[in-house]
Design a binder for this molecule. Sequence first.
Ligand SMILES: [Zn+2]
Length: 399
Amino acid sequence: MNCRICNYSKLISTINLGKQPWGNNFLEKSEIGKEPYYPLEVEFCPKCSCSQLNFTVPKEIMFSNHTYLSGMTTTLDSHFESLALKVHEQFFQNSENLSALDIGSNDGTQLKHYSNLGYEILGVESSKNIVDIANRNGIDTRCAFFNEEFVNHINKKFDVINASGIFFHLEELHSVTKGIKKALKDNGVFVVQFIYLKKMIENYAFDQIYHEHLLYYNLRPLETLLKLHGLEIFDSEELPIHGGSCIAYVSHKGSRKKSNRLKKMIQEEDLKKLHLPETYITYANELQDIKNQNLSFLESCRKKNKTVFGMGAPVKGNTLLNFFGIDNNLVSKLVEINPLRKGLFSPGSHLEVVMENELSKPPDVYYVLAWNFKEEILKNNYELIKDGTEFYFPVEVKN
Ligand SMILES: [Zn+2]
């Protein structure tokens, strides 16, 4: 495969997590063992420094009926609320007749906050079941894949275009970016939020690598992509969400002044040698140590007959479970609050997903797969911790 951004052909293999099932494919009991496996391997482009998967599970398989709901956690909801307010106050405070488009708008959690600020809103979401939820909640949402053709069809321009946690999913990267260029008003701002590769490296958050995430961005390769289509980043910031995210604020080329914090963040990337393949190869070797630490902890629990439940059944948890080779000998079930995953089994590891409020008794140990919500989890489970349940975080976030 050639580079998804610059089309260069000589990519370098860096982080190989082996063959894994598609992580969002939670299974019915009758489907256990029948799930297909695909390569999960990151390659590095020495020309534009973008890290990317070398295999694409077709988007029609991955995004037509997924079960992720962004409104499920209060951390995300309040993040989306403050983001909408910040974008409005910084860029559009004195403007009228404002409009916002959200690409991959999910259940409408982000758009709800723009609507509260008086914006005319439109969501685009490819998962039919989630579009229905959004529309029932009064968020105008179309069931479609956003791309250039979609923009030609709606023939409208927006002040704000938002893409949260979706820009690394894109199989049609160039068509989508062209669509954004066309749908953005002259003075508009495209707000793109993505899991920041720099933080994935610093925090060993390798479980953010899964088939939905085709690309892993630092600011430099993202800038290369945007420039190809007449857009540019003028500001950026780091956020603790999802274990380390980045927001890039993007405008038409030359229309807004570049901020100092953007320049600083790009310098920092260079300082950390994120433009060199060796950085990622060293990282991959270090992952083996983390795997060994986790397995010896779970093995010691098993020897002491402690019950261990996984906390959360996030998609990234499946990367972790499958890369570590964890099955129900080590973790007996996964405990969730998202009802869409109730009674299903995790792909590859085949752990049953049960609802937190239906547990008859807590385990001795919670193995926390949703480690990126550490603060919220520790706060919500204060009583359990006091009563002796141990919370083990397989990946420790260093902020
Ligand atoms: Zn490239």
